[in-house]
Design a protein around this ligand. Structure first.
Ligand SMILES: Nc1ncnc2c1ncn2[C@@H]1O[C@H](COP(=O)(O)OP(=O)(O)O)[C@@H](O)[C@H]1O
Ligand SMILES: [Mg+2]
Length: 161
């Protein structure tokens, strides 16, 4: 768990994960509206060397960013009503594809999520500080989390306890 007091700190923490991402990795982002999930993806984009800013995909269910070390796919499933719509946006092909996928509101369609993924939950304390927690599902996610957690830069972002 890491605490981030500003949007910049959330982005910086996210950017420390970017070097450890591999083709085909899937990261589920959980947290209320406004928690900072999209900010986190912006930090990933920066960490991958993508120059265009990752804007909120709430109205765009899938945004794709090229030009970085890996293609970045940013899904926001908030506005999807039915899992069948995932096929329309080639969700399954994309998450198994050549890039890394960050998925907001994936918990709406748990049966559609791949077997292995890193889950990142962002909570908001009373003082507005974000608590960023990561939980790995599957062997690939476990090794990703292990190297990320031991990265000295990711530890520098820890504030408070
Ligand atoms: N520590 C923080 N981390 C991330 N965002 C923060 C933080 N403090 C304030 N914010 C603000 O909260 C909002 C988060 O928005 P966004 O990332 O779009 O949320 P989500 O995608 O989870 O709905 C932004 O307006 C951002 O400036
Ligand atoms: Mg968002």
């Amino acid at each position: 768990m890491r605490k981030t007091a500003t949007p910049e700190a959330t982005k910086q923490l996210a950017s420390t994960l970017a070097p450890y991402l591999h083709e085909g990795d899937v990261i589920l982002l959980e947290g209320d509206l406004g928690a900072g999930k999209t900010q986190f993806v912006q930090g990933i984009a920066e960490g991958l060397g993508i120059r265009a800013a990752a804007t909120s995909p709430t109205f765009n269910i899938l945004l794709q960013y090229d030009g970085g070390r890996l293609p970045l796919y940013h899904f926001d499933l908030y506005r999807l009503d039915d899992a069948s719509e995932l096929e329309d946006i080639d969700f399954y092909g994309t998450v198994e594809g050549d890039g890394v996928s960050f998925i907001e509101w994936g918990s709406k369609f748990p049966e559609a999520m791949p077997f292995g993924f890193l889950e990142i939950k962002i909570g908001i304390d009373e003082d507005g500080v974000r608590a960023v927690k990561a939980h790995a599902f599957g062997t690939r996610a476990r090794s990703m989390l292990k190297v990320w957690a031991s990265d000295s830069k990711s530890r520098l972002m820890k504030v408070g306890n």
